[in-house]
Write a protein that binds this ligand. Structure first.
Ligand code: SAH
Ligand code: SF4
Ligand code: F3S
Length: 484
């Protein structure tokens, strides 16, 4: 059965009947119910109700936020530019402590907004809500929040929203985990021409510093048929680029009834007409196969970009991080990728300040940066996440020491990144035009296959199209170009 959510007429759902038990039909029913209440409220106020979804964290969260917005729009809310809206939802992240602090800070501001708008509802969801201390703190100190839910039951948003619209009480629903994947929920995409596609949820790796497996649960792969159907649907709506999302895409398919490798999935996606670019993230080095490198090498659609988180270049630290590779095996892998696909960009994530890290360990990391020559790298200072094994390890490194090491690493990363970006000067390349340039409206901004940003003079009508440009001037981490 080909269920295309967009085609459901929510006004024809009989909301006088009892709620369905199966998903997603149950949520369609609650969308219809909430819609009736929101319409009534809008009629009373004589205006459309507005909503704002604010996302913290990674692309998984961004994707989840698109689902939330899809539901809110069907329920009858119109997207607002600011958080002065009738429904504000924070989709939170807890990967580092500063992500948490940002949420608490902004909640104070939201409380003020709510005092001025008695109709306002505030919801919190996402990774932070999977931590019981956080939920306790919100119940105690932020009691103006209306709805709290977690990462496993995001599909239930319409039902929770309806429950809150019907009562005056705070609605809290957090699940410890789930084995289910609910398909066919509505989404509201940010871009018309590119889209994120979940291929798996959760993570089984338990890197010792990382909270993600605790807040996102065990690894679950989506059925390839569902993924392909979604991508075909996206292509029919004009999407030309898909970003496949998972915490460790290289282990895709292992838990399926009919196991399938990530490389095989990519080959299936490659067959979808209309899709011209395929990206993915993130690749864990321990599971990256030769098969994947082969498939990428011969593919016309898979982008020449590999995000390959290193975390540390010291084998001793990598072992304590539970990353399951060594400095040498990582270097070998990076070399193999560069050799097979010479114009590929390799990017990475690095953590400075893991417990017990010494100056020598940081030098090992810098050595890997110099050998791999990353096109770009995200560098983070280690943040202690309670509940993870690293949080109770000995040798937590003082902040001032980390700061100095971080700066030392960053200057090498940036120097190399500039040199690497430069290597495409004077080339003619294809870019996907993504938006009008934010500083200069006569320019548009696009992205090369290897993820480098390019600005050039062109008409906005090219947004969403892949065009050829000549790279003229490298400005550090991006290019100025001309249309050819
Ligand atoms: N699944 C991805 C990473 C997701 S989290 C992977 O394994 O590569 C994104 C990045 O946040 C990680 O790569 C890591 O560099 C960083 N990170 C995760 N936990 C952290 C912590 N406790 N402190 C600092 N950085 C952290
Ligand atoms: Fe976290 Fe490691 Fe899983 Fe990435 S692979 S999400 S760093 S536990
Ligand atoms: Fe943050 Fe959750 Fe992503 S903790 S990085 S939003 S999976």
């Amino acid at each position: 059965m080909d269920k295309k959510v967009i085609k459901i007429d929510f006004d024809t759902i009989d909301i006088s009947k009892e709620e369905p038990i199966t998903e997603p039909e149950r949520q369609y029913y609650f969308i219809a119910k909430a819609r009736a209440l929101v319409k009534k409220k809008a009629d009373e106020l004589g205006r459309t109700l507005t909503c704002k979804v604010t996302t913290f964290g990674c692309q998984m969260n961004q994707k989840d936020s698109e689902k939330l917005l899809g539901i809110l729009e069907l329920v009858g809310y119109e997207q607002a530019e600011t958080e002065k809206a009738d429904f504000v939802i924070y989709n939170t992240c807890t990967v580092r402590d500063n992500a948490n602090q940002k949420v608490y800070g902004r909640l104070g501001y939201l409380n003020g907004v709510k005092r001025e708008n008695p109709n306002m509802l505030i919801a919190l969801c996402g990774c932070m809500m999977q931590e019981s201390e956080v939920v306790e703190k919100i119940k105690k100190s932020y009691s103006f929040v209306d709805i709290i839910f977690g990462t496993h039951n995001i599909f239930k948003f319409a039902e929770l929203l309806y429950t809150r619209l019907q009562s005056e009480r705070m609605v809290i629903d957090i699940w410890k985990g789930t084995n289910d994947i609910v398909e066919d929920l509505p989404t509201e995409r940010k871009y018309s021409f590119k889209a994120g596609v979940n291929i798996m949820f959760g993570c089984n790796n338990f890197c010792s510093y990382c909270i993600v497996p605790y807040v996102r649960g065990r690894e679950r792969s989506r059925n390839p048929k569902d993924i392909i159907r979604e991508i075909e649907d996206l292509a029919s709506q004009g999407v030309v680029e898909v970003m496949l999302l998972g915490q460790n895409v290289n282990s895709y398919g292992k838990s399926l009834e009919d196991p399938m490798t990530f490389a095989q999935l990519l080959q299936e996606i490659e067959k979808v007409d209309g899709i011209e670019r395929i990206r993915f993230m993130t690749s864990h080095p321990k599971d990256l196969s030769d098969e994947l490198i082969e498939v990428m090498k011969h593919s016309k659609k898979i982008c020449k970009h590999m995000h390959l988180p290193l975390q540390s270049g010291s084998t001793r630290i990598l072992e304590k991080m539970n990353r399951s590779y060594t400095k040498e095996s990582y270097l070998e892998l990076a070399q193999k990728i560069r050799k097979a696909i010479p114009d590929i960009s390799i990017t990475t994530d690095i953590i400075v300040g893991f417990p017990g890290e010494t100056d020598e360990d940081v030098e090992e990391t810098i050595d890997v940066v110099k050998k791999v020559r990353y096109d770009s790298a995200f560098t983070f200072i280690y943040s202690k996440r309670s509940g993870t094994p690293a949080a109770v390890m000995e040798g937590q490194v003082p902040e001032e020491i980390n700061k100095e090491r971080f700066d030392r690493l960053l200057s090498v990363v940036q120097q190399i990144s500039r040199e690497m970006t430069q290597r495409f000067s004077d080339q003619e390349v294809e870019v996907l035009v993504e938006e009008e340039n934010q500083q200069d409206a006569s320019l548009v901004t696009g992205r090369m296959s290897n993820n480098i940003i390019v600005h050039f003079k062109a008409d906005k009508s090219l947004i969403g199209k892949i065009v050829k440009v000549k790279l003229l001037e490298c400005k550090g981490f991006y290019y100025m170009a001309e249309l050819i």
